[in-house]
Design a protein around this ligand. Structure first.
Ligand code: NAD
Length: 480
């Protein structure tokens, strides 16, 4: 099944921070892949903008090096580099702005997207300068990355800084989890089929598990990460978004505000988390444990968190949602498990065994959906029941390998150009998520909570197992 590629109209995309990690690692490769797919027309322009002393030619050399390892022949790369340019600029001062405005004047009337791939501390000044130089008009869109604030107060400040110069309809807050194929499929499965929605509530669902496990440690982000931790870095944004999509009511239409209104209602219905429903962990490793990796021997920041929360509304009252995420775990795996209740009565007797249905939505790796159903164990010897997976691997079902499908950044950047905000977070959503997160963090800071150590390569601290066991449940395995 080959996906249709609809070329977009010529546009300008200015990447502020065009020489940085994010630009090199994600944004430029994503644009190149869309170029190769034929979605970006030759009249488009990608303008790197940063403080480094490049000109168009030397920036093209840099971009060429960045993309050298990507698929594609020399002609394709040369074609892409022709639409690439560079503007030296200081987003916190006046240097370079007149020249940028002059370049962009050539493209008047087209969509112009500004990717804020710089530190969030620069967002306010960047937004103000765009407007001061007449670059914040109707066709302008701004793309901002996480972290969107460090708490509710800073998120509000960022929202205010952006709202002073741009309409909400011009602001695209990226959470790349929302760009994943399976996340959108989650909505297709829920709202495109009759089968699941009638069962999608506390009457039939025992509980829901959301796991985002990483094998990597903090890498080169030690200083940032130690100031944030798993709660701010993963739960407040990625896991919260997944929770919203799994729990929200069906929106009337698959349209930006309809969808975001429903997500917001979920966040606002979340109960505060009780201290004994949270487990924080920090990985230990002989060569370089968490504290050594961040260079802070007394760090109390969590590299792992597991928690239980509830949504106080008609659909979900009484159904716990268990969230966990961590670094240096046994496998890289992001999965949502919808754990259905047992059948109310077994006609086969206790010896046949009982197995509840589980719907697993795998986000990475091997995107796909599995439904565990109970059947009779084949062969003679009476009626014994076993689980078998009904497996829908997207790679097989859609006939496309994972690497042939657009990744999250490709999809999201093209959505910005097309003006589709459905998969981006609205300002009030982000603030509501911080309003839920802040008291949790304040609570453990007030208590002087120290994260529990866990072995690198494990499934996390033992207390996370206890969190489940106390409720008579257990985590599904973390499998690659
Ligand atoms: P980086 O430090 O690698 O790059 C920063 C870029 O900003 C550089 O191009 C630098 O020249 C430019 N810059 C800094 N000050 C400037 C100024 N005054 N004027 C003009 N340009 C200036 O950072 P990064 O890792 O690319 O991250 C960029 C943003 O994206 C940050 O907000 C970060 O939190 C976020 N982010 C990054 C990643 C990632 O994978 N690197 C992932 C998620 C979010």
């Amino acid at each position: 099944m080959v996906s249709r590629v609809i070329p977009v109209d010529p546009f300008d995309l200015v990447i502020f921070g065009g020489t940085g990690d994010l630009a090199r690692g994600k944004i430029l490769p994503a644009l190149y892949r869309r170029w190769r797919a034929g979605q970006i027309p030759p009249g488009a322009r990608v303008i790197g903008a940063a403080r480094a002393a490049h000109d168009d030619e030397s920036y093209r050399v840099l971009v060429g090096q960045v993309l050298a390892a990507a698929d594609g022949g020399p002609d394709e790369l040369a074609g892409f580099l022709r639409i690439v340019a560079y503007q030296r600029i200081d987003v916190a001062a006046d240097a370079g702005w007149e020249a940028l405005a002059a370049r962009l004047a050539d493209g008047a009337g087209r969509v112009t997207a500004y990717y804020f791939s710089v530190a969030p501390g620069l967002f306010g000044s960047l937004a103000a300068r765009l407007q001061a130089h007449g670059l914040a008009g109707e066709g302008a869109r701004v793309v901002v990355e996480k972290p969107f604030g460090n708490d509710l107060a800073s998120a509000r400040r960022l929202n205010r800084d952006l709202a002073a110069h741009f309409e909400e309809s011009q602001i695209y807050r990226i959470d790349h989890y929302l760009g994943k194929e399976t996340v959108q499929n989650l909505m297709a499965v829920r709202f495109g089929n009759m089968l699941f929605e009638p069962l999608w509530n506390s009457q039939y669902v025992d509980h829901i598990q959301i796991t985002v496990a990483e094998t990597v440690g903090v890498g080169g982000r030690g200083a940032y990460y130690d100031g944030a931790g798993a709660m701010r870095d993963m739960v407040q944004n990625h896991l919260m978004q997944l929770l919203c999509l799994i729990a929200m009511e069906p929106p009337a239409r698959f349209a930006p505000d309809e969808l975001r209104d429903e997500k917001l209602k979920v966040i606002r219905a979340l109960d505060p988390v009780k201290p004994h429903h949270i487990v924080r962990g920090q990985y230990e490793q002989e060569s370089c444990g968490y504290r050594a990796a961040v260079g802070n021997p007394r760090s109390r920041t969590e590299s792992y968190i597991a928690l239980r929360t509830h949504i106080s509304n008609w659909r979900w009252a009484g159904t716990p949602f268990y969230l966990r995420t961590g670094k240096r775990l046994v496998a890289r795996s992001s999965v949502i498990n919808v754990m259905f209740k047992d059948a109310p009565h077994s006609i086969f007797g206790a010896e046949a065994g009982r197995h509840a249905n589980v719907l697993s939505i795998r986000l990475q790796p091997n995107e796909g959906i599995t439904l565990k159903v109970t059947i009779k164990e084949p062969g003679p010897g009476g009626m014994r029941l076993v689980d078998v997976p009904l497996d829908m691997s997207f790679a097989e079902a859609l006939g496309a390998e994972e690497h042939d499908r657009p990744d999250a950044y490709e999809r999201l950047i093209m959505d910005v150009i097309r003006g589709n905000q459905t998969l981006f977070m609205r300002g009030d959503e982000v603030e509501a998520a911080w309003a839920w997160t802040d008291p949790i963090i304040a609570g453990w800071e007030a208590r002087g909570d120290v994260p529990k150590p866990y072995d690198s390569g494990s499934t996390g601290p033992g207390d996370a197992e206890l969190l489940m066991q106390r409720d008579g449940r257990r985590w599904q395995g973390i499998k690659p």
